[in-house]
Design a binder for this molecule. Structure first.
Ligand code: AHR
Length: 330
Protein backbone atom coordinates (compact mmCIF):
# COMPACT_ATOMS: atom_id res chain seq x y z
CA UNK A 1 0.00 0.00 0.00
CA UNK A 2 1.31 3.36 -0.89
CA UNK A 3 -0.01 6.30 1.03
CA UNK A 4 1.26 9.84 0.88
CA UNK A 5 0.22 13.20 2.17
CA UNK A 6 -0.46 15.54 -0.69
CA UNK A 7 2.06 18.32 -0.89
CA UNK A 8 2.42 21.14 -3.35
CA UNK A 9 0.09 23.93 -4.28
CA UNK A 10 -0.35 22.79 -7.89
CA UNK A 11 -1.39 19.27 -6.95
CA UNK A 12 -3.68 20.59 -4.24
CA UNK A 13 -5.39 22.89 -6.69
CA UNK A 14 -5.82 20.05 -9.17
CA UNK A 15 -7.48 17.79 -6.62
CA UNK A 16 -9.72 20.57 -5.33
CA UNK A 17 -10.78 20.97 -8.94
CA UNK A 18 -11.54 17.27 -9.11
CA UNK A 19 -13.56 17.37 -5.90
CA UNK A 20 -15.51 20.28 -7.37
CA UNK A 21 -16.28 18.07 -10.39
CA UNK A 22 -18.53 15.96 -8.16
CA UNK A 23 -16.32 13.39 -6.43
CA UNK A 24 -16.64 12.57 -2.78
CA UNK A 25 -16.09 9.61 -0.51
CA UNK A 26 -19.80 8.84 -0.74
CA UNK A 27 -20.44 8.77 -4.44
CA UNK A 28 -18.51 5.67 -5.45
CA UNK A 29 -15.34 7.37 -6.58
CA UNK A 30 -14.19 9.57 -9.43
CA UNK A 31 -13.38 12.59 -7.35
CA UNK A 32 -10.23 12.31 -5.27
CA UNK A 33 -9.69 13.96 -1.90
CA UNK A 34 -7.12 16.11 -0.15
CA UNK A 35 -5.01 12.98 0.30
CA UNK A 36 -4.91 12.28 -3.41
CA UNK A 37 -6.59 9.75 -5.66
CA UNK A 38 -7.12 6.16 -4.58
CA UNK A 39 -6.27 3.83 -7.46
CA UNK A 40 -6.93 0.10 -7.63
CA UNK A 41 -4.64 -1.82 -10.00
CA UNK A 42 -5.50 -5.42 -10.95
CA UNK A 43 -2.22 -6.63 -12.48
CA UNK A 44 -1.88 -9.85 -14.53
CA UNK A 45 0.79 -11.50 -12.38
CA UNK A 46 4.57 -11.82 -12.30
CA UNK A 47 5.04 -14.26 -15.17
CA UNK A 48 7.87 -12.45 -16.96
CA UNK A 49 10.64 -9.88 -16.57
CA UNK A 50 8.40 -7.58 -18.64
CA UNK A 51 5.59 -7.92 -16.10
CA UNK A 52 7.86 -7.33 -13.10
CA UNK A 53 9.24 -4.19 -14.80
CA UNK A 54 5.71 -3.01 -15.55
CA UNK A 55 4.59 -3.45 -11.93
CA UNK A 56 7.71 -1.63 -10.69
CA UNK A 57 7.14 1.22 -13.13
CA UNK A 58 3.50 1.69 -12.07
CA UNK A 59 4.30 1.45 -8.34
CA UNK A 60 7.26 3.86 -8.57
CA UNK A 61 5.26 6.41 -10.57
CA UNK A 62 2.32 6.24 -8.15
CA UNK A 63 4.65 6.61 -5.18
CA UNK A 64 6.40 9.64 -6.67
CA UNK A 65 3.21 11.34 -7.86
CA UNK A 66 1.71 13.77 -5.33
CA UNK A 67 -1.67 13.56 -7.06
CA UNK A 68 -1.95 9.85 -6.14
CA UNK A 69 -2.84 9.11 -2.53
CA UNK A 70 -2.73 5.33 -2.64
CA UNK A 71 -2.17 2.53 -5.13
CA UNK A 72 -3.97 -0.67 -4.16
CA UNK A 73 -1.99 -3.31 -6.06
CA UNK A 74 -3.27 -6.85 -6.68
CA UNK A 75 -1.17 -9.57 -8.36
CA UNK A 76 -3.75 -11.90 -9.96
CA UNK A 77 -1.29 -14.72 -10.69
CA UNK A 78 -2.50 -14.94 -14.30
CA UNK A 79 -6.07 -15.78 -13.18
CA UNK A 80 -9.05 -13.81 -14.49
CA UNK A 81 -11.18 -14.85 -11.49
CA UNK A 82 -8.68 -13.16 -9.16
CA UNK A 83 -8.83 -9.98 -11.24
CA UNK A 84 -12.64 -9.99 -11.14
CA UNK A 85 -12.52 -10.45 -7.35
CA UNK A 86 -10.01 -7.59 -7.07
CA UNK A 87 -12.22 -5.27 -9.12
CA UNK A 88 -15.24 -6.11 -6.92
CA UNK A 89 -13.14 -5.29 -3.85
CA UNK A 90 -12.03 -2.00 -5.41
CA UNK A 91 -15.70 -1.15 -6.01
CA UNK A 92 -16.55 -1.95 -2.37
CA UNK A 93 -13.62 0.19 -1.24
CA UNK A 94 -14.86 3.05 -3.47
CA UNK A 95 -11.55 3.71 -5.16
CA UNK A 96 -11.44 6.70 -7.49
CA UNK A 97 -10.08 4.90 -10.56
CA UNK A 98 -9.64 1.21 -11.44
CA UNK A 99 -6.68 0.16 -13.60
CA UNK A 100 -6.98 -3.29 -15.16
CA UNK A 101 -4.35 -5.23 -17.11
CA UNK A 102 -6.71 -7.96 -18.34
CA UNK A 103 -5.28 -11.48 -18.46
CA UNK A 104 -7.60 -12.38 -21.36
CA UNK A 105 -9.80 -10.41 -23.77
CA UNK A 106 -13.24 -11.85 -22.98
CA UNK A 107 -15.44 -12.24 -19.90
CA UNK A 108 -15.35 -8.69 -18.56
CA UNK A 109 -18.88 -7.45 -19.30
CA UNK A 110 -20.46 -8.13 -15.89
CA UNK A 111 -17.73 -6.80 -13.62
CA UNK A 112 -16.99 -3.73 -15.73
CA UNK A 113 -20.72 -2.96 -15.81
CA UNK A 114 -20.66 -3.15 -12.01
CA UNK A 115 -17.80 -0.61 -11.98
CA UNK A 116 -19.73 1.62 -14.37
CA UNK A 117 -22.86 1.41 -12.19
CA UNK A 118 -20.74 2.38 -9.18
CA UNK A 119 -19.47 5.43 -11.09
CA UNK A 120 -15.84 4.29 -11.06
CA UNK A 121 -13.94 4.82 -14.32
CA UNK A 122 -11.76 1.99 -15.63
CA UNK A 123 -8.45 2.35 -17.48
CA UNK A 124 -6.89 -0.62 -19.27
CA UNK A 125 -3.13 -0.87 -18.89
CA UNK A 126 -1.11 -3.09 -21.24
CA UNK A 127 -3.62 -5.62 -22.66
CA UNK A 128 -6.96 -4.90 -24.29
CA UNK A 129 -10.39 -6.54 -24.16
CA UNK A 130 -12.92 -7.51 -26.85
CA UNK A 131 -14.42 -4.72 -28.94
CA UNK A 132 -17.97 -5.46 -27.73
CA UNK A 133 -16.96 -4.16 -24.27
CA UNK A 134 -15.10 -1.06 -25.37
CA UNK A 135 -17.72 1.28 -23.89
CA UNK A 136 -16.97 -0.18 -20.46
CA UNK A 137 -13.53 1.41 -20.13
CA UNK A 138 -12.40 4.96 -20.71
CA UNK A 139 -9.00 4.47 -22.26
CA UNK A 140 -6.15 2.00 -22.78
CA UNK A 141 -2.40 2.59 -22.60
CA UNK A 142 0.00 -0.06 -23.84
CA UNK A 143 1.51 -1.71 -26.88
CA UNK A 144 0.17 -2.11 -30.38
CA UNK A 145 0.49 -5.91 -30.32
CA UNK A 146 -0.64 -6.31 -33.94
CA UNK A 147 2.15 -3.98 -35.02
CA UNK A 148 4.63 -6.05 -32.98
CA UNK A 149 3.47 -9.16 -34.88
CA UNK A 150 3.82 -7.30 -38.18
CA UNK A 151 7.44 -6.39 -37.36
CA UNK A 152 8.19 -10.08 -36.73
CA UNK A 153 6.43 -10.99 -39.98
CA UNK A 154 8.28 -8.40 -42.06
CA UNK A 155 11.66 -9.58 -40.74
CA UNK A 156 10.69 -13.19 -41.54
CA UNK A 157 9.78 -12.42 -45.17
CA UNK A 158 13.11 -10.61 -45.63
CA UNK A 159 15.28 -13.12 -43.74
CA UNK A 160 13.87 -16.16 -45.57
CA UNK A 161 13.23 -14.48 -48.93
CA UNK A 162 15.31 -17.13 -50.77
CA UNK A 163 13.55 -20.13 -49.18
CA UNK A 164 11.08 -22.20 -51.18
CA UNK A 165 8.93 -22.79 -48.11
CA UNK A 166 9.81 -21.59 -44.61
CA UNK A 167 8.89 -24.03 -41.85
CA UNK A 168 7.79 -22.30 -38.66
CA UNK A 169 7.13 -23.24 -35.04
CA UNK A 170 5.17 -20.78 -32.92
CA UNK A 171 5.19 -20.46 -29.13
CA UNK A 172 2.01 -18.59 -28.30
CA UNK A 173 1.33 -16.53 -25.19
CA UNK A 174 -1.57 -17.11 -22.79
CA UNK A 175 -4.59 -18.49 -24.65
CA UNK A 176 -7.18 -15.76 -25.19
CA UNK A 177 -4.86 -12.89 -24.23
CA UNK A 178 -4.59 -9.82 -26.43
CA UNK A 179 -0.84 -10.12 -27.05
CA UNK A 180 -1.13 -13.79 -28.05
CA UNK A 181 -4.06 -13.11 -30.37
CA UNK A 182 -2.63 -9.93 -31.89
CA UNK A 183 1.01 -11.01 -32.28
CA UNK A 184 -0.30 -14.01 -34.22
CA UNK A 185 -2.65 -11.88 -36.33
CA UNK A 186 -0.01 -9.27 -37.24
CA UNK A 187 2.63 -11.90 -38.06
CA UNK A 188 0.51 -14.01 -40.42
CA UNK A 189 -1.16 -10.95 -41.92
CA UNK A 190 2.25 -9.87 -43.27
CA UNK A 191 3.27 -13.36 -44.40
CA UNK A 192 -0.02 -13.83 -46.26
CA UNK A 193 -0.18 -10.35 -47.77
CA UNK A 194 3.40 -10.72 -49.06
CA UNK A 195 2.53 -14.05 -50.70
CA UNK A 196 5.29 -15.61 -48.58
CA UNK A 197 5.46 -19.40 -48.79
CA UNK A 198 5.48 -20.98 -45.31
CA UNK A 199 4.25 -23.93 -43.32
CA UNK A 200 3.18 -23.50 -39.72
CA UNK A 201 4.48 -26.85 -38.50
CA UNK A 202 3.16 -26.49 -34.94
CA UNK A 203 1.81 -23.79 -32.64
CA UNK A 204 1.12 -24.14 -28.93
CA UNK A 205 0.83 -21.95 -25.85
CA UNK A 206 3.65 -21.67 -23.32
CA UNK A 207 1.57 -19.24 -21.20
CA UNK A 208 4.26 -16.52 -21.43
CA UNK A 209 6.53 -18.40 -18.97
CA UNK A 210 10.03 -19.86 -19.34
CA UNK A 211 8.88 -23.24 -17.97
CA UNK A 212 5.97 -23.27 -20.45
CA UNK A 213 8.25 -22.35 -23.36
CA UNK A 214 10.76 -25.04 -22.45
CA UNK A 215 8.12 -27.76 -22.03
CA UNK A 216 6.40 -26.94 -25.34
CA UNK A 217 9.73 -26.77 -27.18
CA UNK A 218 10.67 -30.21 -25.84
CA UNK A 219 7.41 -31.52 -27.29
CA UNK A 220 8.07 -29.76 -30.61
CA UNK A 221 11.54 -31.33 -30.80
CA UNK A 222 10.39 -34.85 -29.95
CA UNK A 223 7.47 -34.59 -32.41
CA UNK A 224 9.11 -32.85 -35.37
CA UNK A 225 12.89 -32.81 -34.78
CA UNK A 226 14.59 -29.58 -35.80
CA UNK A 227 16.36 -30.65 -39.00
CA UNK A 228 13.62 -29.25 -41.25
CA UNK A 229 12.56 -26.29 -39.12
CA UNK A 230 13.69 -22.78 -40.09
CA UNK A 231 12.17 -20.49 -37.48
CA UNK A 232 10.80 -20.34 -33.96
CA UNK A 233 8.50 -17.37 -33.33
CA UNK A 234 8.14 -16.96 -29.53
CA UNK A 235 5.54 -14.44 -28.34
CA UNK A 236 7.76 -13.32 -25.46
CA UNK A 237 11.32 -13.47 -24.12
CA UNK A 238 10.67 -15.96 -21.33
CA UNK A 239 9.19 -18.59 -23.63
CA UNK A 240 12.00 -18.02 -26.14
CA UNK A 241 14.65 -18.37 -23.43
CA UNK A 242 13.01 -21.53 -22.10
CA UNK A 243 12.92 -22.90 -25.65
CA UNK A 244 16.62 -22.11 -26.11
CA UNK A 245 17.38 -24.29 -23.10
CA UNK A 246 15.38 -27.17 -24.61
CA UNK A 247 17.09 -26.70 -27.99
CA UNK A 248 20.56 -26.79 -26.40
CA UNK A 249 19.70 -29.78 -24.22
CA UNK A 250 18.62 -31.64 -27.38
CA UNK A 251 22.04 -30.95 -28.92
CA UNK A 252 21.07 -28.22 -31.40
CA UNK A 253 22.51 -24.70 -31.74
CA UNK A 254 19.87 -21.98 -31.20
CA UNK A 255 20.14 -19.09 -33.64
CA UNK A 256 21.92 -21.34 -36.17
CA UNK A 257 20.10 -24.69 -36.49
CA UNK A 258 16.87 -22.80 -35.93
CA UNK A 259 16.47 -19.02 -36.12
CA UNK A 260 14.56 -17.40 -33.29
CA UNK A 261 12.35 -14.33 -32.91
CA UNK A 262 11.37 -13.16 -29.41
CA UNK A 263 9.15 -10.30 -28.26
CA UNK A 264 9.79 -7.98 -25.24
CA UNK A 265 13.48 -7.01 -25.23
CA UNK A 266 14.62 -7.83 -21.70
CA UNK A 267 18.31 -7.78 -20.72
CA UNK A 268 18.30 -11.59 -20.77
CA UNK A 269 16.79 -11.55 -24.26
CA UNK A 270 19.44 -9.15 -25.55
CA UNK A 271 22.20 -11.18 -23.89
CA UNK A 272 20.94 -14.24 -25.77
CA UNK A 273 20.97 -12.12 -28.93
CA UNK A 274 24.55 -10.97 -28.29
CA UNK A 275 25.53 -14.65 -27.86
CA UNK A 276 24.01 -15.45 -31.29
CA UNK A 277 21.13 -17.50 -29.85
CA UNK A 278 18.37 -15.08 -30.90
CA UNK A 279 18.11 -13.54 -34.37
CA UNK A 280 15.46 -10.83 -34.01
CA UNK A 281 13.93 -8.99 -31.05
CA UNK A 282 10.66 -7.07 -31.23
CA UNK A 283 10.51 -4.62 -28.36
CA UNK A 284 7.49 -4.42 -26.04
CA UNK A 285 7.84 -1.50 -23.62
CA UNK A 286 6.58 -1.98 -20.02
CA UNK A 287 7.79 1.36 -18.63
CA UNK A 288 4.72 3.57 -18.86
CA UNK A 289 3.93 4.29 -15.18
CA UNK A 290 4.26 8.08 -15.53
CA UNK A 291 1.95 8.23 -18.55
CA UNK A 292 -0.51 5.98 -16.74
CA UNK A 293 -0.61 8.30 -13.70
CA UNK A 294 -1.32 11.28 -15.99
CA UNK A 295 -4.22 9.34 -17.49
CA UNK A 296 -5.51 8.39 -14.04
CA UNK A 297 -5.68 12.06 -13.05
CA UNK A 298 -7.24 13.14 -16.35
CA UNK A 299 -9.85 10.39 -16.21
CA UNK A 300 -10.69 11.15 -12.54
CA UNK A 301 -11.01 14.77 -13.58
CA UNK A 302 -13.44 13.90 -16.36
CA UNK A 303 -11.07 15.24 -19.06
CA UNK A 304 -11.34 14.05 -22.66
CA UNK A 305 -8.68 11.44 -23.39
CA UNK A 306 -7.75 9.35 -26.43
CA UNK A 307 -9.26 5.85 -26.48
CA UNK A 308 -5.78 4.36 -26.98
CA UNK A 309 -2.26 5.60 -26.19
CA UNK A 310 0.48 3.49 -27.79
CA UNK A 311 3.85 3.33 -26.05
CA UNK A 312 7.01 3.78 -28.13
CA UNK A 313 8.68 0.58 -29.34
CA UNK A 314 11.36 -0.55 -31.74
CA UNK A 315 12.89 -3.79 -33.10
CA UNK A 316 16.48 -5.07 -33.26
CA UNK A 317 18.38 -7.45 -35.51
CA UNK A 318 21.76 -9.15 -35.50
CA UNK A 319 24.63 -6.68 -35.07
CA UNK A 320 22.51 -4.41 -32.83
CA UNK A 321 22.08 -6.52 -29.70
CA UNK A 322 25.39 -5.81 -27.95
CA UNK A 323 25.24 -2.03 -28.47
CA UNK A 324 21.64 -1.91 -27.19
CA UNK A 325 22.29 -4.00 -24.06
CA UNK A 326 23.28 -1.08 -21.75
CA UNK A 327 20.01 0.71 -22.63
CA UNK A 328 17.78 -2.15 -21.52
CA UNK A 329 15.72 -1.19 -18.48
CA UNK A 330 14.58 -4.64 -17.37
O1 AHR B 1 1.02 -8.18 -22.22
C1 AHR B 1 2.38 -8.05 -22.42
C2 AHR B 1 3.02 -9.40 -22.39
O2 AHR B 1 2.73 -10.01 -21.17
C3 AHR B 1 4.53 -9.44 -22.49
O3 AHR B 1 5.01 -9.59 -23.79
C4 AHR B 1 4.83 -10.69 -21.75
O4 AHR B 1 6.18 -10.88 -21.43
C5 AHR B 1 3.90 -10.60 -20.62
O5 AHR B 1 3.64 -11.75 -19.96
Amino acid sequence: MLKKTLAGIAAGALLLGMAACGGSDDDGGGGGSDDGLIVGFAQVGAESAWRVANSESVKASAEADERIGELKFVDAQQEQEKQIEAIRNFITQKVDVIVLAPVVETGWTDVLTEAENAGIPVILADRGIEEADEDLYVTRIGSDFIEEGRKAGTWTTEEFADNDTTRILQLEGTVGSAPANDRKTGFFEVLDSEGFSYELVDSQSGDFTAEGGKAVMETFISTHGLEDIDLLYAHNDEMGLGAIQAIEEAGYTPGVDIEIIIVDGSKAGFEAGAEGKVNYIVECNPVFGDQLMDLVVQVANGDEVEKFTAVEESAYGEGEFEAELPNRKF
